[in-house]
Design a binder for this molecule. Structure first.
Ligand SMILES: Nc1ncnc2c1ncn2[C@@H]1O[C@H](COP(=O)(O)OP(=O)(O)OP(=O)(O)O)[C@@H](O)[C@H]1O
Ligand SMILES: O=P(O)(O)OC[C@H]1O[C@H](OP(=O)(O)OP(=O)(O)O)[C@H](O)[C@@H]1O
Ligand SMILES: O=C(O)c1cccnc1
Length: 483
């Protein structure tokens, strides 16, 4: 691998972005103000909601916007001409970014982030921003599903060895923590983000001593907090009895925190291990389970009455095993014309769900004041003020007959100002605040939207003005023969 002391993320993009930016620059439209929305269309895992993550990383990347010398040298080697390279070299981010907060509960077809910047700058950010937001939001959503079934503060993230490389491991651990995981086994994630770290021991240690009793004793001699992994040879006939023996022998010299089960029938083994620990005077010792766990297995184990207190979860979480990608997109919704006026744009598709929603918009969460619960999200044009309406009409943007009127509501705007004119305005919240925010945000949704299997579909509606504007644009852009 080539090493550069000034490597940056500016080339962490698809080649076509650099080529499109060149076209804009040579045609002198690169400075035109452009507005892009980032959103996904379909929630992953059949979940009823998503948890937005990635903002902290996006901010740190946008703050470092700017091609370095080695970036420019590399582009020169690939054949770009000097005049364009000079333009790139002098480019700084001067745009405006509005975004939902990290940890916000989000849904399909609503803008999560809005980038308004000179066209070439915005184009150069697309791939990088989607790379970050798609992964972190996917993992946060998966983790939140797991927390729904396992309970807050009962799951530990163990996935680094299976993660898609190093950065995915640590940002995935962070995404899991904000949704209610108790901590991570990744020590660097602890150092960088302040996430609580935690760990037991592996089969290797038992194998190294060749004898379970010796291995547990040696660990107890060197560590105060002890969780013994009991399944290396025979969980109930050897592992649990050896753990109990060492716990008794060491007494107050250690905190015998419990045992970990990592194979076999986790329901059967946990029930029997629980009985043995209780009978031997260790009712407070916890049982931790691991082994390819996901929300379905956890749900099943709970239904079987398994006596499991906490869960070590790796592969299925950190790789988003059953749906390894979120499909968030970056779509142009408005652009300045040659007269300096903003013109809203649309992308038409045969699939009505894929038709983009033109114009600068704001997203509101409509909260019913009578019960504090969310009625739906409401996407309005920039200059609308839904709070001023006595009676808000909410209707499905594709199946418009599905509609309701809402009165006595609070319209909470979901976007915050992150950058304006290239300057960072936003003060990043502490990780613990983000974690509390996820919990608090979820509490405004009825349980029907939060159940992991076949949840109700939460309404994400367009205001009548936004909907009419979209219909008008479709009409305008269709070829005359189709009108
Ligand atoms: N009682 C149970 N009900 C449902 N699923 C279970 C139960 N017990 C274990 N599982 C899950 O079933 C799967 C068993 O996988 P597998 O057969 O590979 O494990 P194993 O043979 O017990 O252990 P290993 O191969 O890791 O030594 C794991 O995903 C585990 O979490
Ligand atoms: O199962 P996961 O959810 O990914 O959790 C992490 C796993 O990593 C460790 O074992 P490892 O996978 O290295 O070995 P094993 O498969 O033989 O247990 C640990 O014992 C868990 O089983
Ligand atoms: O601490 C553990 O038990 C652990 C950590 C990572 C992977 N598997 C287990």
């Amino acid at each position: 691998m080539n090493q550069y002391s000034d490597d940056s993320f500016m080339l962490h993009t698809d080649l076509y972005q650099i080529n499109m930016a060149e076209t804009y620059w040579r045609d002198d439209i690169h400075e035109r103000n452009a507005v892009f929305d980032i959103y996904f269309r379909k929630l992953p895992f059949g979940n009823g909601y998503g948890v937005f993550a990635g903002l902290e990383r996006v901010i740190s990347l946008v703050e470092r916007f700017g091609f370095t010398e080695s970036d420019i040298n590399y582009l020169r080697e690939t054949g770009y001409q000097e005049d364009y390279l000079t333009f790139l070299k002098n480019m700084a981010f001067t745009g405006t970014i509005r975004s939902v907060r990290e940890g916000e509960i989000v849904f399909g077809n609503e803008p999560l982030m809005r980038i308004e910047a000179p066209l070439a700058q915005a184009q150069l950010l697309e791939t990088l921003l989607l790379n970050v937001i798609n992964y972190q939001t996917l993992i946060a959503t998966k983790a939140s599903r797991m927390v729904q079934v396992a309970g807050r503060g009962t799951a530990f993230e163990f996935g680094t060895r299976r993660a898609h490389e190093t950065e995915a491991a640590i940002w995935g651990a962070r995404a899991a923590y904000i949704t209610g995981f108790a901590g991570t086994s990744n020590v660097r994630a602890g150092k960088l983000f302040g996430i609580p770290i935690s760990g037991t021991h592996a089969h290797a240690m038992v194998q190294a001593y060749q004898d379970e009793y010796t291995a547990f004793s040696k660990y107890a001699e060197t560590h105060k907090d002890c969780v013994f992994l009991v399944d290396t040879y025979d969980t109930l006939r050897s592992g649990v009895p050896n753990a109990i023996r060492v716990a008794k022998e060491f007494g107050d010299k250690i905190n015998f925190k419990g045992i970990r089960l990592d194979s076999g029938d986790l329901a059967y083994l946990s029930k029997n291990a629980r009985r043995m620990l209780d009978e031997e005077g260790f009712p407070d010792a916890k049982i931790i389970a691991s082994n390819d766990l996901d929300e379905e297995t956890i749900m099943s184990l709970n239904a079987q009455g398994a006596k499991i207190d906490s869960w070590g979860i790796g592969t299925k979480l950190i790789t988003a095993f059953d749906q390894p990608a979120l499909g968030a997109v970056f779509k142009l919704v408005s652009i300045e014309n040659e007269r300096g006026e903003m013109v809203d744009t649309i992308k038409i598709s045969g699939n009505p769900e894929k038709v983009t929603t033109p114009g600068k918009k704001k997203v509101y969460r409509i909260i019913n004041n009578a019960n504090g619960k969310a009625e739906g999200d409401y996407i309005a044009l920039e200059d609308e003020n839904p709070q001023a309406e006595e009676k808000l009409k909410m209707f499905h943007p594709v199946h418009t007959y599905i509609s309701k009127f809402v009165t006595n509501f609070t319209a909470r705007e979901l976007h915050e100002d992150i950058f304006a004119g290239g300057k960072l305005l936003y003060k990043l919240p502490e990780l613990e605040d983000i974690r509390r925010y996820v919990e608090q945000s979820l509490s405004v949704f009825w349980d029907e939207y939060k159940r992991p299997v076949n949840p109700e579909q939460y309404p994400v509606d367009l205001s009548p003005a936004c909907w009419e504007h979209k219909m008008k644009k479709i009409e305008e852009m269709l070829p005359p023969s189709a009108r």
